[in-house]
Design a protein around this ligand. Structure first.
Ligand code: A2H
Length: 255
C-alpha cells in the first residue's frame, strides 16, 4: 500500500435472485445483496460488460445496515466498519463466507450500465490487498479489463477451466463511452494492440498501457454518452460520482 490514502468509489452491484446454493441461507433472506466493486473511474460505469473476482479469493457477505449486505474481502469490510458502513458500529459482521468460485456466473445489475445484466467472471491478476477484491469491467477504457475479457473470449479452454458459460461472455461487446484524441473511443483496445499485449498476465506492458490511457483519458477525454455527453471527463467525473453517492448506488471508501 502507498503512503497516500487512496479514495475509491464503491459501486453497489445488486445480485439478481434467485441466489446460488451457498447464498441460500436464512441470514440473507429478505436482504438486498450487492457485490461491491472498488473503482477510481466512476464516470466509466456506462461501459460495464461484466464484473471480476479472483477465483481463489476469499470474500464474505457483510451487513452495512439493517437491510443491505455487501460482498467483499474481510479486509475491506473491516475498513468500511471504521468508515461508518457497518450494522454494528466499528465492527464487521459476516453473514456467509464465499470464494470467488462461488460468485462466478452470478448475474448482477450495476448502476449506469447500458447492459441491464452483467455476469461475474474470473480475473487472475486481482489483488485481495487492495480495494474490495472485486472490480467492475470497462474494456473500452481499462487495459486490464480489455485483456482479461479478451482472454476469456478468445480461449474456450480458459472459459471451461473456470466453468464460464459462453453466454456470460460472448454477447458482450466493448461499449464506447469516452473519446480521446488519437486514441479514439476504444482507447484500451487500441493501446493494448499498439503495445502488442498478448494476455492479462503481461504485467509490465499493462502498467504502461494503463498509464497512457489513464493520463490521456483524464486530461483530454470527452464523454460521448450519458447525462454529461460532450463534457470533459475531468468535469463529468465528480458530478457522476456525487450522483451515484447521493442516490445510494455507491459509497466512498478510502484506505
Ligand atoms: B478501475 P489502484 Cl475504466 N486488484 O475501475 C486489481 N485491480 C483493482 C483492484 C484489485 N483489488 N481494485 C480495483 N482495481 C482496478 C475502472 C477503471 C479502472 C478504468 C480505467 C482504469 C482503472 C474499471 N475497471 O484503473 O491500484 C479498478 O479499475 C487504472 C488503475 O488502486 C480501479 O479503477 O490505483 C483501479 O484498479 C484501482 O487501482
Amino acid at each position: 500500500e502507498g503512503v497516500q490514502p487512496q479514495e475509491y468509489t464503491i459501486i453497489k452491484m445488486e445480485v439478481v435472485p434467485p441466489f446460488p446454493p451457498k447464498m441460500q441461507v436464512l441470514e440473507l433472506e429478505g436482504k438486498k445483496v450487492f457485490l461491491a466493486a472498488a473503482t477510481l473511474r466512476p464516470e466509466t460505469m456506462y461501459g460495464q460488460t461484466n464484473c471480476w473476482v479472483l477465483p481463489n479469493g476469499n470474500y464474505g457477505a457483510y451487513e452495512i445496515n439493517d437491510t443491505e449486505v455487501l460482498i467483499l474481502t474481510e479486509r475491506a469490510a473491516r475498513n468500511l466498519a471504521y468508515q461508518n458502513h457497518s450494522r454494528v458500529p466499528q465492527k464487521q459482521t459476516c453473514l456467509v463466507e464465499l470464494t470467488g468460485y462461488d460468485l462466478i456466473g452470478l448475474p448482477v445489475k450495476s448502476p449506469l450500465s447500458f447492459n441491464e445484466i452483467i455476469y461475474v467472471l474470473p480475473m487472475l491478476t486481482i489483488s485481495t490487498d487492495k480495494g474490495t477484491g472485486i472490480v467492475t469491467s470497462v474494456p473500452s477504457d481499462a487495459p486490464d479489463d480489455y485483456m482479461a475479457l479478451h482472454d476469456l473470449k478468445a480461449k474456450p479452454t480458459f472459459r471451461a477451466k473456470f466453468g464460464v458459460k459462453d453466454e456470460w461472455v460472448l454477447p458482450f461487446e466493448i461499449i464506447p463511452i469516452i473519446d480521446i484524441p488519437e486514441f479514439g473511443d476504444k482507447a484500451a483496445k487500441k493501446v493494448c494492440e499498439d503495445l502488442k499485449i498478448k494476455s492479462q498476465n503481461e504485467k509490465d506492458k499493462l502498467a504502461e498501457a494503463k498509464k497512457l490511457v489513464y493520463l490521456r483519458g483524464f486530461t483530454e477525454g470527452t464523454m460521448t454518452v450519458g447525462t454529461y455527453a460532450g463534457k470533459r471527463v475531468q468535469e463529468a467525473k465528480p458530478l457522476i460520482r456525487t450522483e451515484l453517492i447521493e442516490s445510494g448506488q455507491a459509497i466512498i471508501y478510502s484506505e
